[in-house]
Design a protein. Structure first.
Lengths: 367, 192
């Protein structure tokens, strides 16, 4: 069944293109005549409004301001990413401030080291601007401001100025990004947080941000959310699925270590392995894997890489050879226990990586 | 300006070519001005905010990421942010102006030209009081004369959402003007 918005659009196309009159449409859809009439009339009237426009003089005046030498001051000299990385490294070395910066990464407004965090952000932002990557940094900064606001909300310390900071970062992220998925994700996450958390709703400025996002961003369902970014990575850490694995091996093998000392050697005797039990295995078992991921929120999960191997039954007394088995890797988790300072290091690393994509590669704290 | 040419200019502008940026500016400035004008209902404010939008765009063009949409979609986003910022700074909302002050209950006796001016003013004011989404649909669809699919692309919504917005916006405009005493029937009859 065709709904009124569809019928309205059919009629609008016909009336505005001159193929039909308003009366023709009303006759065609008499059940909607009253509503259609008013809406078609308003649409027609709107098309007849004389569109406002800037005069040629006004256009030229703005253009002159835009391309004047003073406005081009924004064009920073382009420097390479390597140079930027060197500058960052230099900063870290100079003050030996790496640890301090890492420690400040988790701070919120009011904390002692919060100023260090903001100072570091301004350096990263400056370098990112020089290397043409400010768009990514602004998104990261907006995510950081949102994270801080969440923390402050939990402790009841969220104030309007914190939301102003968030809004400022979001606006910069918006103006530095086209329609990137990262920006969409930021806006959606912010909208969701601000519109569902009662602690946010109480603070002045919250509604303004919600309205701003609501007006500009098509809000998708959860299924439509883009792939996780740094912020969701944190969620993965705290809600890593546990994988239960049961391995059953039917063969049994007993090995006895018999040390063989030598008279002249001061080196402790080297044990040699001799199998004393004859393998009785006649069946090559298949490992039984019971892998049931559950979303049990556990703060820490050891990353597991299991390489099940099976001894090959051999009758000649040589140790069993290892057969490459099936490798099962759990959801990556940087370390066994996610201490707060890991998070700080992780955040600092991610921030630095916005400037130097290769920074911290191989580090368990910077996956 | 076609997309190929636009992409070429964006690329050049992102490398510091001011003439390329100027060409992009000239191609989009009037549309952005109209968008802002209908949202703030003030020519001077609209002019200032339009300049702001392009200043922001100039600063950010080097980091612009092409997502397949025309540049104007990005400029509309910046313009929206500027308008919101303007209202925040001035602590004034568009709905603080009462459309009923423009009431023309004696419209039948009024000079046609005056009536037209008054109606146009009331309609512009009514548009400025819609929600931002509704405003954008009305501006793009009936002032910029864009097809529904183009509006959907520019606003990043699906066509059905735009149809619903269009319906709600027109219904809202009709009821606002009706409440203010404008007899659209008579006015339309005079126009056609």
């Amino acid at each position: 069944m065709t709904e009124l918005p569809d019928i309205l659009d059919i009629c609008l196309n016909a009336v505005l293109s001159g193929q039909a009159s308003i009366e023709d449409c009303l006759q065609q859809y008499p059940e909607y005549a009253n509503e259609l009439k008013a809406e078609l009339q308003i649409a027609l009237l709107t098309t007849r409004l004389k569109p406002p426009s800037l005069s040629q003089k006004q256009v030229a005046a703005i253009e002159a301001r835009l391309i004047s030498p003073s406005s081009r001051l924004f064009v920073f000299p382009q420097i390479s990413k390597t140079a930027a990385a060197v500058v960052l490294f230099f900063f870290l070395l100079m003050g030996g401030t790496g640890g301090t910066i890492a420690a400040s990464a988790n701070t919120v407004p009011g904390d002692t080291l919060y100023g260090v965090k903001r100072f570091w952000e301004s350096i990263v932002l400056l370098i990112a601007t020089l290397t043409n990557q400010a768009d990514d940094v602004w998104i990261h900064l907006a995510q950081t401001r949102l994270g801080e606001a969440k923390t402050l909300a939990q402790t009841g310390k969220l104030a309007p100025e914190h939301l102003q900071e968030l809004q400022h970062a979001i606006e910069n992220a918006m103006s530095h990004n086209g329609d990137s998925p990262e920006l969409d994700h930021l806006l959606q996450t912010t909208y969701h947080t601000l519109s569902t958390d009662p602690m946010f709703m109480q603070v002045e400025g919250s509604m303004l941000i919600i309205q701003q996002i609501q007006q500009i961003e098509p809000l998708p369902t959860v299924e439509q959310l883009p792939p996780p970014t740094v912020e969701q990575h944190e969620m993965v850490i705290t809600e890593t699925p546990t994988v239960t694995q049961t391995w059953t091996f039917t063969p049994t093998m007993t090995w006895t270590l018999t040390p063989t000392p030598t008279a002249t050697s001061r080196i402790p005797p080297t044990p040699t392995r001799t199998p004393t039990a004859s393998p009785t295995v006649t069946h090559t078992p298949t490992p039984v894997l019971s892998s049931t991921p559950t979303r049990t929120p556990l703060p820490s999960v050891t990353p597991v890489t299991l390489t099940p191997t099976m001894p090959t039954p051999q009758g000649n007394g040589t140790p069993p050879t290892l057969i490459p088995g099936r490798v099962i890797t759990s959801t990556p988790s940087p370390v066994a226990t996610w201490y707060p300072w890991f998070q700080a290091t992780f955040d600092a690393c991610q921030l630095t990586r916005t400037v130097d994509p290769n920074y911290g590669i191989g580090s368990p704290y910077c996956p | 300006m076609n997309r190929v040419e636009e992409k070429r200019l964006i690329q050049a502008a992102s490398k510091g070519d001011s003439q390329a940026f100027a060409a992009l500016y000239r191609a989009n400035v009037q549309a952005i001005y109209r968008y802002i004008y209908y949202r703030v209902s003030d020519a001077h404010v609209a002019e200032d905010l339009t300049a702001d939008v392009f200043t922001k765009a100039l600063k950010a063009i080097r980091t612009y990421k092409d997502s397949g949409k025309p540049l104007i979609a990005w400029l509309y986003r910046i313009a929206h942010a500027r308008v919101v910022d303007h209202y925040r700074k001035t602590e004034r909302r568009p709905d603080q102006v009462d459309i009923e002050k423009l009431s023309v209950s004696e419209s039948a006796d009024m000079d046609n030209r005056l009536l037209r001016q008054q109606t146009a003013k009331a309609l512009r004011l009514a548009i400025s009081q819609l929600t931002a989404d509704q405003q954008q649909v009305i501006i793009l669809r009936f002032i910029e004369d864009k097809r529904l699919e183009e509006v959907a692309q520019l606003m990043g919504k699906n066509v059905n959402a735009i149809k619903a917005l269009q319906h709600r916006a027109l219904r809202s405009l009709a009821s606002r003007l009706e409440r203010a005493g404008f007899k659209i029937d008579e006015f339309i009859a005079g126009l056609l």
